[in-house]
Design a protein around this ligand. Structure first.
Ligand code: PEP
Length: 251
């Protein structure tokens, strides 16, 4: 039985004061929730601060990105070890906004996953097709290629530490959610891919999240699908009540 997993991606929002306020509100509303894993991913600048706010709650802390090197002359970048020391247990890798605006390739995603695992950070690996690719009927080829190249040369034990997030690019920040059926079809495809490439036990255990305009009102439909184990929530995670409602609807 896969435990529901709800992750909030705050993107480039909230200064330290606002982030602390949001984390405090969330703590009040969701810290006592049992039966789901809850993760928040604030911007780098407030990770250490939020780590203190959510200490002693079951809420996990994650970052939105990282560099694959451990240290060195990479101005403006942050390493996995730095995230770990700021209190993170998770990191988003290959979010479509990273792929689109920062040209992250599947090969870069692969290097980042390996560096995260080496530092004992759990990667949440994001995959998903654009609208153009879906309209051309290529969505499974695209996601299959992202998995093949992004997870290249990773073993079954490595995969045990990974969560996959299916985020159709056309549904991110657009208000346009994939239907339960559209999402389920891709999640089932990802699970089959994992079974063929690794094993049925890995495929059964690995959690696959859906992301793309998730809100309280569409959570139950999504979570009602056999292969959807949770959600990666962007915009709606910036409101404590809305995010708490999504968590409640995921149980
Ligand atoms: C995301 O940032 O991963 C995301 C899915 O955003 P939104 O929920 O705003 O579509």
């Amino acid at each position: 039985m896969r435990k529901p997993f709800v992750a909030g991606n705050w993107k480039m929002n909230k200064n330290n004061q606002e982030a602390e306020e949001l984390a405090r509100q969330l703590k009040e509303k969701i810290a006592a929730v049992e039966g789901a894993d809850i993760l928040i991913c604030p911007p780098f600048t407030s990770l250490s601060l939020i780590s203190k706010v959510i200490k002693d709650t079951g809420v996990f802390l994650g970052a939105q990105n990282m560099h694959w090197e451990e240290s060195g002359a990479f101005t403006g970048e942050v390493s996995a070890q730095m995230l770990k020391s700021a209190g993170c247990g998770f990191v988003l890798i290959g979010h479509s906004e990273r792929r689109k605006y920062f040209s992250e390739s599947n090969q870069v995603v692969n290097k980042k996953i390996k560096a995260a695992l080496k530092a004992s950070l759990s990667p949440i690996v994001c995959v998903g097709e654009t609208l153009e690719e879906r309209e051309a009927g290529k969505e499974k080829d695209i996601v299959g290629c992202q998995l093949e190249e992004g997870l290249a040369s990773l073993g079954e034990q490595d995969l045990g530490e990974i969560t996959i997030a299916y985020e159709p690019v056309w549904a991110i920040g657009t208000g346009k959610t994939a239907t339960g059926l559209q999402a389920e079809q891709m999640h089932a495809f990802i699970r089959e891919w994992l079974e063929k490439k690794y094993s049925s036990s890995l495929s059964n255990d690995l959690r696959i999240l859906y992301g793309g305009s998730v809100k309280a009102s569409n959570t139950k439909e999504l979570m009602g699908q056999k292969n959807i184990d949770g959600t990666l929530v962007g915009g709606a995670s910036l409101d404590a009540s809305g995010f708490a409602e999504i968590v409640k609807n995921s149980l």
